[in-house]
Structure formats: structure tokens, C-alpha cells
Design a protein around this ligand. Structure first.
Ligand code: NDP
Ligand code: 8X3
Length: 251
């Protein structure tokens, strides 16, 4: 029987690449995001190309009621979830602490932290039955704080802490919990961060080859396919031009 993966934020970037990697591997997909048209396009392309089943859900992970309503009552054929990937997230702005926009702070906290918490709790009854696996997408920003990264870095440090807490508290249920912490990766991330300013967004990736979404999908695939007794706890990956959040070499 095919396995089932649920990916939040599957309409672009890492989520979309992870969807493709697992579809190629024969998994059925539950895909979530806010942008209906984009998500439906991802789902229909993958189901045609790889002959797998897809189930799309459209909601904002910040909306607690929507998360629990949509995820707590899945159709019976979609309840045996083997893997949850908490990927939906964003950065908004890159400004000093005394100048950053308070609404941006709240959106990042509500999405990256609360959204991940709500989604995990809503899916947990299914994961417990299935002895499933959670992969949380953190960041190098969750390992070191960088200048003007303040609240984005704080949310990703929270993802790191929540991952560790989940691994401890879910031990009696034998649920694997993994975090993947990528460095700079070329997706829609910087366009969102700089609110549509493509020149600023493109400058982030100028002069070096950043990670690609497929690199993160490869790591997720590896972590999901190790033997049953093995849990990959924590993976940090960067492109070769980057050592950590602070050190980037542009030749
Ligand atoms: P993208 O902007 O390409 O993708 C973000 C995804 O998250 C989209 O599918 C978006 O879908 C979804 N999303 C955002 N906010 C919400 C929300 N409130 N409710 C539901 N879905 C939401 O960026 P990435 O693929 O790069 O980012 C994915 C994750 O990886 C994020 O958590 C990010 O912080 C993290 N990350 C990114 C890095 C990078 O350099 N790119 C490096 C390290 C970590 P939609 O808009 O349709 O709702
Ligand atoms: C995204 C990577 O360095 O822009 O999490 O924070 S970085």
C-alpha cells in the first residue's frame, strides 16, 4: 500500500520539491497552502506524471480553527499519515530590532511557530496510530542569530526547540522527529521577505550558487527512508559558498 505524506506550504519552494520527490517515490500526497490555483496545479501535474493520489487543503496555518477543522476530520482514506512535513513559513523584512515592523513580527511568529504547533497537534492522532514521522523545516537562522534577523531567527530557534521537545515527548509513541535546517536557498522566500522587491530578492543569491529546493527534498527523502529503527534527528545543510548564517563567500 502506498504511504501518505502531508506537506504544509506545498504551493512553491521546498514544499513543492518535496511533493515531487515523494510522488516520484510512489507516495500519495496531502498538500496544503493558501494559494488554491498554484496548489491545484502542483497536485494535478504530479498525479498525472507519477500516477499517485493527491488531496489538497486550502487554509492559513495561522488560523487555529481552520487548521483543526480541516485536519481533524480527514476522509478515512487519507487518515493513515506516515509523514508530516511542517514546511509552511516565511520571513518578512530584514530590519534592525528598533525599526522592524510589529505586524511582520506577529505574522512570522503566528506562521512559523503557532502554525507548526497547531498542525502538529491536529495531525498527531493519525501519526500516533501510524507510528509516523514528523519533519520540521527549521533554518540555519535557527542555529545562529544574524544581524537584522531578530524575530525570524527567533521563530526558527523555536522550531529547533519544538523539534527537540516533540522528540522527547512523543518517545512513548515511537514517532520519529527530524529537523532540517537549510541555509540560503533560491525559492520564493526572498521575494516574500522583501515584499515583491525582486531586485533585493535576487541580490540575496548574487555571485554564488545557493541551495535549490530539490536539495532539501533529497534530505527529506533520505530521512524518511532510513531503516525503521533509525531516526535522523537534525540536519544542517548549506551550499558550499556558505559556512553558517554569518559567513557567505561570493568569489
Ligand atoms: P516559499 O516562499 O517558496 O514557500 C513557502 C510556502 O509556505 C508556500 O507554499 C506558501 O504557500 C506557504 N505558506 C506561507 N505562509 C503560509 C500560511 N500562513 N499558511 C499556509 N501556508 C503558508 O519559501 P521556501 O520554500 O524557501 O520556504 C519553506 C520553509 O523553509 C519556510 O519555513 C522557510 O522559513 C524555510 N527556509 C527557507 C530557506 C530559504 O533560504 N529559502 C532556508 C531555510 C529555511 P501559500 O503562499 O500558497 O500559502
Ligand atoms: C532562510 C535562510 O539565511 O535567509 O531561513 O535566514 S536565511
Amino acid at each position: 500500500m502506498s504511504k501518505i505524506i502531508l506537506i504544509t506550504g506545498a504551493s512553491s519552494g521546498f514544499g513543492k520539491a518535496i511533493a515531487e520527490k515523494f510522488a516520484k517515490g510512489g507516495w500519495n500526497l496531502i498538500l496544503t497552502a493558501r494559494r488554491k490555483e498554484k496548489l491545484e496545479q502542483v497536485a494535478s501535474e504530479l498525479s498525472i506524471q507519477y500516477g499517485i493520489k493527491t488531496h489538497c487543503l486550502f487554509f492559513d496555518v495561522q488560523d487555529k480553527e481552520a487548521v483543526f477543522t480541516q485536519l481533524s476530520h480527514l476522509p478515512s482514506e487519507w487518515q493513515a499519515i506516515d509523514l508530516l512535513v511542517n514546511n509552511a513559513g516565511l520571513a518578512l523584512g530584514r530590519d534592525p530590532f528598533d525599526q522592524a515592523n510589529l505586524d511582520d513580527w506577529e505574522t512570522m511568529i503566528n506562521t512559523n511557530v503557532k502554525g507548526l504547533l497547531y498542525t502538529s497537534r491536529a495531525i498527531l492522532p493519525y501519526l500516533i496510530k501510524q507510528k509516523g514521522h514528523i519533519i520540521n523545516i527549521g533554518s540555519t537562522a535557527g542555529k545562529e542569530v544574524y544581524k537584522d534577523g531578530n524575530v525570524y531567527c527567533a521563530t526558527k530557534h523555536a522550531v529547533d526547540a519544538i523539534t527537540k521537545a516533540q522528540r522527547i515527548d512523543l518517545l512513548p509513541h515511537q514517532i520519529k522527529v527530524t529537523s532540517i535546517h537549510p541555509g540560503a536557498s533560491e525559492t520564493e522566500f526572498s521575494i516574500v521577505r522583501f515584499k515583491g522587491d525582486t531586485a533585493k530578492a535576487n541580490a540575496v543569491y548574487d555571485g554564488y550558487k545557493a541551495l535549490q529546493a530539490e536539495d532539501i527534498a533529497d534530505v527529506a527523502w533520505y530521512a524518511a527512508n532510513v531503516p525503521a529503527h533509525v531516526c535522523i534527528n537534525d540536519v544542517v545543510l548549506t551550499c558550499v559558498a556558505q559556512a553558517n548564517s554569518m559567513y557567505l563567500h561570493r568569489p
